[in-house]
Design a protein around this ligand. Structure first.
Ligand code: UD1
Length: 427
């Protein structure tokens, strides 16, 4: 298993290009199941989660073509063409689904297109219990019969799904996406209330509309979807990754320096930018993206994760890394996931002073972290350890880097190009 070795203390200078968003690309790929025509997606990041979903789609009968297998400085990215001419198998097996929770996103499209689907209960990062009840309840409202059998979610519908009014008790990102996709091929109108408003959902809705769907209320918490008999193919450019951009912004904040994040979606990062400014980090929008200048110890600043447009849970671990070296004490409260503090014990190994009570961590800033051997436990926790390693005195080795490869393309190359002393060790 690969690890990442970092010798900390070198400020970041230069430019980092931000790629397409994993959390937009995954549902967009699943959307190909809704049409027999070709869906072409550009700006696809090179990540193992993308490969995992491509394998799953191939299992359903999707023909997949890939263009551009290396990035050469430009931001054209990689394009995927996906054609579900015929769905040959409506089962999503445990061996693929257990690797990634987002596999659940094939459930709604398969059911809407073919009238049946059997998806193994998903796995993914071990952050809390992460049930899928909202997906199942919503599909049931659309007329599906769903049972849990032998670890599988088995759903079928006689004829077509039927439009319905669905109120989500919690604004789940995945449930909103699954139900929105399913409703595009339902008979009649569906309204999803208390829908999640993450920008990746808007990106999916825009693509679905380009495929012939009729979705209004995009970006709001009430989505109205008028079902169509069929959707067509289209081409779509995946929105930039606000979480990748936010992670590098926090990297510049923790170790200092001056970086420009080319292609960073500043408008989608308001809550982070406010947070950085409150912490004394200089951020400025530029014509190309975002410029971030870290300058000395940040001011301790409290933060609470919230659904969009609030502070993203996917940046909580990285913000905590920043607060470990803050001047003062900060409270970090996680409200989206139950068990998303697994980075705490690893950060402590590096000298961080963190106390956890329930969903809140009290982080008392220390003047320096020290390098250590640490273990990545989930995707975003892993990047927080890389950030801490950049700031720490001495050498840090982050083990189990496969978590990082699920969500960050070439993180070590991007940071090394800005002056960090970081490399990947192949074992
Ligand atoms: C998506 C993102 C993930 C991000 C999360 C929250 C993708 C591929 N992943 O995950 O990076 O951290 O949004 O912004 O886009 N829940 C239920 N029942 C359900 C569904 C969810 O109780 O049926 C709970 C979950 O356990 C969790 C919370 O709701 O505590 C948020 O989950 P959700 O918004 O669904 O996140 P994901 O779509 O899994």
């Amino acid at each position: 298993m690969d690890s990442i070795r970092i010798r900390g203390g070198r400020p970041l200078e230069g430019e980092i290009e931000i790629f397409g968003a994993k959390n937009a690309a995954l549902p967009l790929m699943a959307a190909c199941l809704l049409t027999e025509e070709t869906l072409t997606l550009s700006n696809i990041p090179h990540l193992t989660d993308i490969t995992t979903l491509a394998h799953l789609l191939a299992q359903h009968g999707v023909e997949i073509g890939m263009e551009g297998n290396a990035r050469r400085g430009g931001n054209a990215g990689r394009a995927l063409s996906l054609r579900a001419r015929q769905i040959t198998d409506t089962r999503a097996p445990y061996e693929l689904v257990s690797r990634m929770r987002a596999s659940i996103l094939v459930l709604g499209p398969l059911l809407a297109r073919t009238g049946r689907a059997s998806v193994s209960l998903p796995g993914g990062c071990a952050i809390g219990s992460r049930p899928v009840d909202l997906h199942i309840d919503g599909l049931t409202r659309l007329g599906a019969q769903v049972v849990l059998e032998d670890g599988d979610i088995r759903a079928h519908v006689r004829g077509r799904l039927r439009g319905a009014e669905i109120r989500l008790p919690f604004a789940s990102v995945g449930a909103t996406e699954n139900l929105m996709m399913a409703a595009t091929l339902a008979d009649g109108e569906t309204v999803i209330r208390n829908a999640a408003r993450e920008p990746e959902i808007a990106d999916l809705a825009l693509c679905l509309n380009a495929m012939g769907a009729d979705i209004t209320g995009i970006g709001s918490d009430a989505l109205v979807i008028r079902g169509r008999d069929a959707l067509s193919g289209t081409e779509h450019h995946v929105v930039s990754d606000r979480i990748e951009a936010g992670t590098y912004a926090l990297a510049a904040a923790i170790v200092g320096g001056d970086i420009e994040l080319a292609g960073a979606p500043a408008a989608l990062l308001r809550s982070l930018l406010d947070y950085l400014e409150a912490s004394g980090v200089a951020v400025a929008e530029t014509p190309r993206g975002l410029r971030v200048r870290g300058n000395g110890r940040p001011a301790a600043t409290d933060v609470t994760t919230q659904p969009y447009p609030g502070f993203p849970t996917d940046l909580q671990a990285q913000a905590m890394a920043l607060m470990t070296v803050a001047d003062g004490a900060a409270m970090i409260t996680e409200t989206i996931f139950e068990n998303r503090f697994m980075h705490v014990q690893e950060l402590r190994r590096m000298g961080a002073d963190i106390a956890v009570r329930g969903g809140t961590a009290l982080v008392r800033g220390v003047s320096t972290l020290t390098g250590a051997q640490v273990m990545a436990t989930d995707l975003r926790a892993s990047s927080s350890l890389v950030l801490a390693g950049l700031a720490a005195a001495g050498e840090t080795v982050v083990h189990r880097v496969y978590h990082l490869d699920r969500g960050y393309e070439r993180i070590e190359d991007k940071l090394a190009a800005c002056g960090a002393d970081i490399d990947r060790v192949h074992h």
